[in-house]
Design a protein around this ligand. Structure first.
Ligand SMILES: [Zn+2]
Length: 574
């Protein structure tokens, strides 16, 4: 029989349980007792059967047991805290599989702008604070598709608010928009030749239109943005925890700098016990890598071996790139007019096929696992050609390597992806960018951007993320998009590509854990796994579809520790 006399933490209660050393469960059970039990919940465990439970127990930062309230109460002793969750839904901690930062950060913040006038007002405010001639930059956490006008500001508009300061608006990870003073600063004129893999934007009359795309951005020499410190990292973690995120996978660039630069900072916080997010880190360089020499120099300077780390911080591998983004994804079919330039523009391959093969082989030779940024189907062909050769030389080498994005894919390519054992890592760019993708690539192609249903029906376990830093950080927005295919500004795109709520929850939890080769230690609420979980504001499985994007974390736990609690919530404080 089990005897305990615990202080119950009712809703709204905020006191710790009374600790009485003493009786432990007896009566034939030698089972361990819990530090804390959580009862009266709807627990979406995301186990193999997608079981729903009502309670679970946590001990030493791990789930001890999951089951009915009666079963879980058997795990309580007098020392055990009891948390009544008031019937709320609990899910495993969310894992953002592709995150570069949380937006904001250094530079002019355009993330909340909704009109061209908003953009200009933000710039104008920054100009007033700047010294004459000072180079001004925005952060990259915005896209013109979020603006009512669904276009970039013009050079003339930028010049009107920033006549004397070189101004660079970073948009997404791969595009910059400049004003006249910026073009003058770096002597870029209409006749300037772009480096390979880049594009200097021109209007119909051949004048500069303000855009530098992909490698053309190397024509600028930008001062580094304010450095990213421990305080910034703590702030970022708080933001992520407030969104229910407990693990992030960082594909190379991170908060405007590189993973090796931030790594010591993360480790220092770990030493101080201040990590509240778990990190999977990928090496990368600022520019696309196209030679074996560059690979060797990244390895030598980073000194971060594949797999190095622990349950908090681990080196996942390396991020590589083969093509551009929205206006540079390398396609087998030309862009839509006028972007297709009379059927001649297919996007921007960033490296040649032989160069990519050599770079991949060099990383593999040194034991690294690769991820690759692929937007267009022609870029995917290039990657598959290279990786098939490497896999033939050393069978099994590329298993678990990852295609990031995969916006435009031909169905037959998926057989090759599958045969190699690759993983697809998807994000919800379409949610934000739909109208511009439609104008670049044509509406039919845009409707099937990130064809999640096609991937799932082919049997892929998709790992999902937000691409935050370039896209909004809120994972519930991305989940909402995958479930509905709704976009912010342009209705539903490709309703036949919808995924179910359960599939999408797996994409943001267990599938990412498996991508990180952590499927046995996290990603679901099962005995023995790390106790990373989130109490949601509403029932993910039954709220109306339109309400999914408004779901919130009311409390977030990492390793059994409450790292976030909505102050307005009646979820008990730990
Ligand atoms: Zn990215």
């Amino acid at each position: 029989m089990l005897r305990f006399n615990r202080k119950k933490l009712a809703l709204g209660g905020a006191t710790a349980a009374v600790t009485i050393v003493g009786l432990i469960a007896c009566g034939g059970s030698s089972a361990l007792t819990a530090d804390t039990i959580y009862v009266n919940a709807k627990v979406l465990t995301v186990d193999a059967q997608d079981s729903v439970s009502e309670a679970f127990a946590v001990r030493d930062g791990k789930f001890l047991a999951v089951g009915t309230r009666a079963e879980i109460e058997k795990r309580a002793s007098q020392d055990t805290k009891v948390m009544d969750l008031g019937g709320r839904t609990v899910v495993p901690g969310l894992n953002d599989g592709h995150l570069h930062g949380v937006g904001g950060g250094p530079g002019i913040d355009l993330s909340r702008t909704r009109t061209i006038a908003d953009v200009l007002a933000q710039i104008s405010a920054a100009v007033k604070k700047a010294s004459p001639g000072e180079i001004l930059q925005s952060n990259s956490d915005w896209h013109e598709a979020q603006l009512k006008e669904v276009r970039m500001p013009t050079i003339a508009e930028l010049d009107a608010v920033a006549p004397n300061n070189p101004l660079v608006l970073h948009r997404g990870g791969l595009t910059a928009m400049l004003n006249t003073a910026a073009f003058a600063r770096w002597n870029i004129v209409a006749g300037t030749v772009s480096p390979p893999g880049g594009l200097i934007g021109k209007d119909a009359t051949g004048n500069l239109n303000g855009l530098l795309i992909n490698n053309a951005r190397s024509l600028m020499s930008l001062p580094p943005l304010a450095s990213f410190g421990a305080g910034d990292l703590l702030q970022m973690q708080s933001k992520l925890n407030s969104l229910g995120i407990t693990t992030v996978r960082v594909p190379g660039m991170f908060t405007g700098t590189t993973v090796p630069a931030v790594y010591p900072l993360i480790r220092a916080l770990q030493q101080e016990g201040k990590l509240t997010v778990r990190y999977q880190l990928l090496l990368n360089s600022m520019a696309p890598v196209s030679t074996v020499g560059e690979v060797q120099s990244i390895m030598a300077s980073a000194k971060l071996a594949q797999g190095l780390g622990d349950e908090w911080v681990r080196i996942w591998g390396v991020k590589t790139s083969v093509d551009g983004g929205f206006e540079g994804g390398f396609m087998s079919k030309a862009y839509s007019e006028p972007y297709g330039k009379g059927g001649t523009f297919f996007g921007l391959p960033l490296v040649t096929a032989p160069a990519y093969e050599a770079v991949s082989r060099e990383w593999a030779k040194n034991g690294y696992r690769l991820a690759v940024h692929v937007v267009g189907d022609a870029a995917l062909d290039q990657v598959l050609d290279a990786w098939e050769k490497i896999d033939k030389e050393q069978p099994g080498t590329v298993k678990g390597w990852t295609i990031e994005h995969a916006f435009v894919v031909r169905p037959e390519q998926l057989d090759r992806v599958k045969a190699l054992g690759l993983v697809l890592s998807v994000q919800a760019h379409l949610h934000v960018a739909a109208p511009v993708l439609s104008s670049y690539w044509g509406h039919v192609r845009a409707e099937h951007v990130t064809p999640v249903r096609m991937f799932l029906d082919k049997g892929f376990k998709l790992a999902a993320g937000t691409d935050s830093g370039n896209m909004p950080v809120n994972p519930f927005w991305a989940m909402y998009h995958f479930i509905t295919r709704a976009t912010i500004n342009d209705g539903v795109y490709g309703a036949s590509e919808r995924a179910t709520r359960k599939e999408v929850l797996r994409m943001f939890t267990i599938n990412n854990a498996e991508l990180n080769t952590e499927g046995n230690s996290k990603g679901s609420i099962e005995a023995g796994k790390l106790a990373d979980f989130v109490v949601l504001s509403d029932d993910y499985l039954s709220v109306p579809e339109a309400a999914i994007e408004n779901l919130r974390a009311e409390a977030t736990y990492v390793g059994g520790r409450q790292v976030y609690r909505d102050l307005a919530s009646s979820v008990p404080k730990q």
